[in-house]
Design a protein around this ligand. Sequence first.
Ligand SMILES: Cc1cc2nc3c(=O)[nH]c(=O)nc-3n(C[C@H](O)[C@H](O)[C@H](O)COP(=O)(O)O)c2cc1C
Length: 132
Amino acid sequence: MSTTFEKMMSGTNGQLALLHVLAENSFDSLLITDASVEGKIIYANKSFKTLTGHDPSKIIGKTPRILQGPGTDPKVIARLSDALKSGSQFEGKAVNYKKDGTPFVMHWRVLPIKVGKKIIAWVAIQREGSAI
Ligand SMILES: Cc1cc2nc3c(=O)[nH]c(=O)nc-3n(C[C@H](O)[C@H](O)[C@H](O)COP(=O)(O)O)c2cc1C
């Protein structure tokens, strides 16, 4: 008997298993924060470690500001901040820093995760970008 994709995904367990495989094996770095004003990190995937050098288990509870430094354009961060306040999405590029201090261009999107109208968390999809 064949199983349709819809049937397989109809239960919470199937959906969670799919999301887990996608997140852990994504070529892009994924970072999820809670919905608090500070935006505390609750999840980072393996590609986040490849991109930034930070071990996901060591940054839970911190904020993505750990990636910023003197070369990070405050105008881009202000635009992201406005998006977070208004509950909308953001895409941009800015200089970020790896764990060892190496600067690189972060190209990322930040989107709200909503249940109904309520934002329960934020997710960032991140990769190394070319020149700003
Ligand atoms: C899900 C999420 C991902 C973020 N990822 C990054 C990032 O990759 N690089 C970065 O410079 N800032 C990132 N930020 C932004 C900072 O965490 C922070 O929200 C921003 O600096 C604005 O706050 P501030 O004005 O208090 O610094 C991210 C924020 C969220 C919510």
